[in-house]
Write a protein that binds this ligand. Structure first.
Ligand SMILES: [Zn+2]
Length: 430
């Protein structure tokens, strides 16, 4: 039976670290005689001492001294890696292992199961629905995270995209990470530990679990094994997705995702003048908008239905507390959050398109240089080769740089349409 870490593709080192930490965390709980849900924190001193020891071990490991860096449990973790490497998958798997009644992440017990399905009472997930995570949300979260775990194990807070914390939210989090309640564990996900992604002070309090970009072979293997995708399709999708597991699965399964990708990769040969360049820019922006709308439509509807059910039912527990605020207000809040998530989804979709386009020009460049490397996009390899011959390495490199500059400009808040138009003109002129 595959355990909770089976979803992590090509991340053997990280899985090893997390397994050992989960075992260590289970040992902490055993030492405190608190495996049963009903027995909550009777003897916090033992618990604290055991965890403090574990903390020391982890801190020593991160500074490179002779302690085994794989052992030990600590209160705060950062999962880093490129998009699609499985940061949030790793954080969820680790959360499940912490809540697992066997302490291993067996994948089948109620602790594992409820964590993975998002219904465990002691696991909270913060995913920024807008472009950033605000201070109000963070303060509320920190407050709740300080309570005693109802299941008798750990309070786990997963913060996806911790690089999108506002400064104030980061400070609120820092306070909690600096003086963590004895049973609270923070799991942060970020692209890297660069100070632009995670503040130096938060970073210094966390143990880092670096994830790699999984190889195309590892991604293809999991698509075949887990999703039952045909091997040739899996190989093509894994290469085209450039190590992004979720993207590979979408390309393999969703014909519309494939069509959007085809449209993006058709751009280079359509650039014949200023008019077509500007048309291509519009098409790219509109495709990103359409993709974003499709990707959020389902969760928007689910959330609205869930909220309406909660309001209609009068609610128990968490729902009842919120219901006092009035249903109109809640629906309005939800709409606001959904709108800001849509904006973010558009940016993400546009960025994926730009990554695909960069892959094409990278293929043209490597072909012009006669570099012995496999193309990113096998299905447009011939076209990229023709481009490489026509443009020579310098021209291919200039075009690749134009795509990368466009990504950087959008990241720096240049209006996407302007950045994309500038890029298309550069791609046409060369
Ligand atoms: Zn389990």
């Amino acid at each position: 039976m595959p355990d909770v870490f089976a979803e992590l593709v090509g991340q053997d080192d990280a899985v090893d670290t997390l397994r050992r930490a989960a075992a260590s965390a289970a040992a902490v709980l055993r030492a405190a005689h608190l495996p049963a849900p009903s027995a909550t924190a009777d003897d916090p001193d033992d618990d604290l001492a055991a965890l403090a020891e574990a903390d020391e071990g982890a801190a020593a490991g991160s500074t490179g001294t002779a302690v085994d860096p794989g052992a030990g449990m600590t209160h705060a973790w950062i999962f880093t890696g490129p998009p699609g490497s499985g940061r949030s998958v790793a954080a969820r798997a680790f959360a499940a292992a912490l809540q697992c009644v066997h302490g291993t992440g067996c994948g089948t017990c109620p602790g594992c199961h409820t964590t993975l399905t998002g219904t465990h009472a002691d696991v909270r997930l913060v995913a920024p629905e807008g472009l950033s995570i605000g201070v109000g949300e963070m303060r509320a979260l920190v407050l709740r995270a300080a309570s005693t775990p109802s299941g008798g194990r750990w309070q786990v807070v997963i913060i996806e995209d911790a690089d999108r914390l506002t400064e104030a939210a980061g400070n609120a989090l820092l306070k909690a990470v600096e003086e963590p309640p004895p049973r609270t564990v923070f799991l942060l996900c970020a692209p890297s530990t660069h100070p632009e992604d995670v503040s130096v002070t938060i970073r210094s309090r966390c143990r880092v679990v670096p994830l790699r970009q999984p190889s195309a072979a590892a991604v293809a293997e999991v698509l075949v094994r887990r999703d039952g995708i045909a091997p040739d399709v899996a190989q093509w999708a894994a290469a085209a997705a450039q190590g992004h597991v979720g993207r590979a699965r979408r390309l393999a399964r969703d014909p519309e995702a494939r069509q959007r990708r085809d449209a993006v990769l058709a751009v280079p040969r359509r650039l014949t003048g200023v008019g077509t360049a500007l048309d291509a820019a519009s098409a790219l922006i509109e495709a990103a908008e359409a993709e974003a709308a499709a990707s959020v439509a389902e969760s928007d509807a689910t959330e609205r239905a869930a909220l309406q059910t909660a309001l209609g039912a009068g609610g128990t527990g968490r729902g009842a507390a919120g219901a006092t605020r009035g249903s109109a207000g809640q629906l309005k809040d939800l709409e606001k959050r959904q709108k800001s998530r849509a904006t973010r989804a558009q940016r993400d979709a546009l960025d994926r398109a730009l990554v695909d386009l960069a892959g094409f020009y990278r293929d043209a460049l490597t072909s012009a240089l006669r570099a012995p490397v496999a193309p990113v996009h096998t299905d447009t390899a011939a076209l990229a080769e023709a481009g490489g011959q026509k443009w020579a390495p310098e021209g291919a490199l200039r075009r690749l740089e134009a795509v990368l500059e466009c990504r950087a400009a959008i990241e720096a808040n240049v209006k996407p349409r302007i950045a994309v138009e500038a890029m298309m003109l550069s791609l046409w002129r060369g």
